[in-house]
Design a protein around this ligand. Structure first.
Ligand code: RIB
Ligand code: CA
Length: 321
């Protein structure tokens, strides 16, 4: 069993990752912190409560709102991909009696700032704690800046971010999470604790098509099935128009799978650096992933391969269980 803290900018694929996490008995979610990314952190925090509400939990992780702005760069968001509210615009949906289709979970938001909750969890669980980072790395880097000694106790950070041998999804060279806060990523990659990265190179291998989703939830009317359909439609429409198929990549679910089912994945050690100043290349992750170059001092393990059909089957088996 792994004790984890999730740092997230929900976000449609973050929502899918959180559903998978909360349905994974191998993981004990002690806390969840939110950060600005896909949407502003205020909206991200509301979205997190909506996602937790879908799960109808008897007990909740501690939830805290994190940083609103990247360390240095101006905030760039992705409502055009995830919908105005960041969750496929489901927060406005109402039942015939006027009640909210997806009411917020009855879960208190901590009075602690997200960065302070991260530091409190590190103090409480030390080398047992793993951070699963699904958005820009602003909160993690702020926690390092505030108390590096404590953060050195962290077991590891498993994150979705970066791209190495493909094009980026924000610019030609940069993936969104790293692009939004490249300075934070630079700090995290060079801090010295184990970092495991799920880049676009591997998340692009797992495609959730509308057809597959419809087939999986056929005949079901439970809350999670309705949420999966309604929260993903806007994103799938964006993909149809801009990427060329009706579906989406479940990017943020992959770091979760790397923790619960490492056998589905293959990684290489590498030295990963981040371009923070380039006009054309800001947010680019730079590493030599050729196995023969393994002699260099590595600072991260980069996932390069996934058994995509197996992982997608596993995703549905868990989330719809
Ligand atoms: O590039 C994909 C990443 O950016 C995912 O985490 C998605 O949620 C967005 O934050
Ligand atoms: Ca995300």
């Amino acid at each position: 069993m792994h004790r984890i803290l999730i740092d997230t900018d929900p976000g449609v694929d973050d929502a899918l990752a959180i559903l998978l996490t909360m349905k994974s008995p191998e993981l004990r979610v002690e806390a969840i912190t939110t950060v600005s990314g896909n949407v502003h952190v205020e909206q991200a925090t509301q979205n997190l409560l909506t996602i937790l509400g879908v799960l109808e939990l008897s007990e909740f992780p501690i939830v805290a709102k994190g940083e609103a702005q990247p360390l240095i760069k101006p905030l760039v968001k992705a409502e055009h991909v995830h919908g105005e509210d960041g969750l496929g615009n489901i927060s406005k949906l109402r039942n015939s009696d006027g009640s909210l289709r997806y009411p917020l979970a009855n879960c208190e938001i901590s009075t602690l700032a997200g960065v302070d909750l991260i530091l409190e969890m590190v103090d409480r669980y030390s080398e047992e704690l793993i951070v699963v980072a699904l958005g820009p790395l602003t909160n993690i880097s702020r926690a390092i800046q505030k108390d590096a000694e404590s953060m050195q106790k962290l077991r590891s950070i498993v994150l979705m971010g970066g791209v190495f041998r493909e094009y980026g999804n924000v610019t030609t060279t940069a993936e969104f999470n790293i692009f939004v806060d490249p300075h934070a990523a630079h700090e995290v990659f060079n801090f010295g604790i184990p970092v495991h990265i799920a880049p676009l190179d591997v998340t692009h291998q797992v495609v959730l098509t509308g057809e597959r989703l419809n087939a999986e939830i056929k005949g079901r009317s439970d809350k999670i099935s309705c949420f999966l359909i309604e929260s993903t439609q806007a994103c799938m429409e964006f993909y149809r128009e801009h990427i060329g198929f009706y579906g989406l990549h479940i990017h943020d679910a992959l770091p979760v799978g790397m923790l619960t089912h490492p056998a589905f994945f293959e990684s290489v050690d590498a030295n990963v650096q981040v371009e923070t100043e380039g006009n054309l290349t800001s947010g680019m992750t730079v590493a030599d992933l050729r196995r023969e170059r393994q002699g260099t001092i590595s600072n991260a393990s980069v996932c390069v391969q996934v058994e995509s059909d197996t992982f997608l089957n596993h995703f549905f088996q868990r989330v719809l269980s």
